[in-house]
Design a binder for this molecule. Structure first.
Ligand code: MLT
Length: 408
């Protein structure tokens, strides 16, 4: 008899974004005459830039000829890509990352979800509330929690509430976690962490031999020059932090798929005898056993993102989305909403009008304005009464959505 992994039965609901998709599709089917504007899931709308497309085509062309054809690539990713990432994404900001510590993958969602596999099954996990649901759901799937309790929290996870009172920056937890998920710029609240803030976490992790799982998928959207893009801009972070980066939002790769994860050689985990073991060795073993790499043309396209032309073009697209963010922020503020984020992140986090429940506001907005956002409670109990708008949309849709919201 095939027994199932019963941890999956503990998951309180379907994954957030398919659930939104299901509700929106049901509405669209019932109201075919309505044009729905989607600002829910953070999915890019602008095409890959010309420099990236050119490199992509060249990569495909190489696959068409015996002399340049490529089969399996190196499991960790091609050296040409890892080298350019180390130089352009890190060294240029004074963060030292060795190309040998970079693992190319097909997504940060997968990497942040899979990373727990190389840590002990009894690891205590700390997550923010609200949070990108992948961290919580994969913790449940891996069997590190009990059931969901009456307060909407899974038994066994250390939750760190992020509220307007603490400016959506979590306090250091009383109970010491082994693994700490942090995401800055933050999804969903759009807040950022200063160097001092990150230093506090690095020092805490050093003191407790914890590991920080730092999701920097939105670093490219930071505009304030004082805000760190990488946790490795903080002294000693290479001893305690894994960083996840993605080209999904940065360069329009949500459908193309390329991300990278940094596990510094200096980062140690501990076996049951207390011996220090390089974490990188374990991820290397996992990656080369369970993953066969990202396709060559995609890696070639990714390298073009870091070329001079690619950087310029990519920045222009990011500016476009950030102008959307500014429009959304200004419109909602003018309408009297309580608004956060949107200045160094592509997400705008807003209080619902009149303290309405998040899903109630979702339904209201969908049915009255035909606009889709993401209910804050889908990111965790502290997200109740909040709502997230994504700036990844076409400009005319953003403008129209803001007009329609006026009538709600
Ligand atoms: C989001 O909307 O939070 C993201 O698009 C989800 C993701 O990157 O997986």
């Amino acid at each position: 008899m095939a027994q199932i992994n019963e941890n999956y039965l503990k998951l309180a609901a379907g994954y957030l974004f398919p659930e939104i998709g299901r509700r929106v599709n049901a509405f669209a089917q019932a109201n075919p005459e309505k044009r729905v504007i989607r600002m829910g899931i953070g999915d890019v709308t602008q095409p890959l830039t010309p420099a990236v497309i050119k490199a992509f085509h060249e990569g495909v062309e190489e696959m068409a000829h015996p002399a340049t054809f490529k089969g399996y690539g190196p499991e960790l990713g091609y050296a040409f890509l890892r080298t350019v990432i180390a130089e352009k994404a890190f060294a240029s900001r004074g963060a030292h990352v060795s190309p040998d510590d970079i693992f190319i993958s097909d997504g940060s969602k997968c990497d942040t979800g899979n990373i727990q596999e190389i840590f002990g099954s009894n690891s205590r996990i700390a997550i923010c509330d609200p949070v990108y649901p992948v961290y919580a759901d994969t913790t449940v799937m891996s069997g590190k929690t009990g059931n969901m309790m009456g307060n909407g929290y899974y038994d066994g996870i250390i939750y760190m509430p992020c509220t307007a009172e603490n400016h959506f920056i979590p306090e250091l937890p009383d109970e010491v976690p082994d693994l700490i998920f942090l995401c800055y710029p933050n999804n969903p609240t759009g807040t950022v962490a200063t160097k001092d803030e990150l230093k506090k976490w690095v020092d805490y992790a050093l003191e407790h031999k914890s590991v920080i799982l730092f999701d920097a998928a939105y670093e490219a959207f930071i505009r304030d020059p004082e805000i760190p893009h990488s946790i490795y801009e903080i002294e000693n972070a290479e001893k305690v932090a894994i960083e996840f980066r993605s080209l999904s939002k940065t360069a329009g790769f949500t459908g193309t798929r390329l991300a990278y994860t940094i596990i510094p050689s200096a980062l140690m985990g501990y076996d049951s005898q207390g011996n220090a073991i390089p974490v990188k060795k374990l991820w290397d073993r996992r990656h080369s056993t369970k993953f066969n790499g990202v396709s060559y043309p995609v890696q070639k396209a990714a390298a073009a993102v870091f070329s001079e032309e690619g950087q310029k073009e990519t920045q222009a697209v990011i500016d476009y989305y950030m102008e959307n963010a500014a429009i959304i922020k200004k419109s909602l503020t003018t309408l009297g909403y309580e608004v956060y984020g949107g200045e160094n992140a592509p997400y705008i986090w807003t209080g619902t009008p009149g303290g309405m429940k998040s899903w109630e506001f979702f339904d209201l907005l969908l049915t009255r304005a035909n606009v889709v956002g993401t209910p804050g409670s889908g990111f965790g109990p502290a997200g109740e009464g909040y709502f997230r708008f994504s700036a990844f949309a076409d400009r005319e849709n953003v403008l129209e959505a803001m007009e329609r919201i006026k009538t709600v």
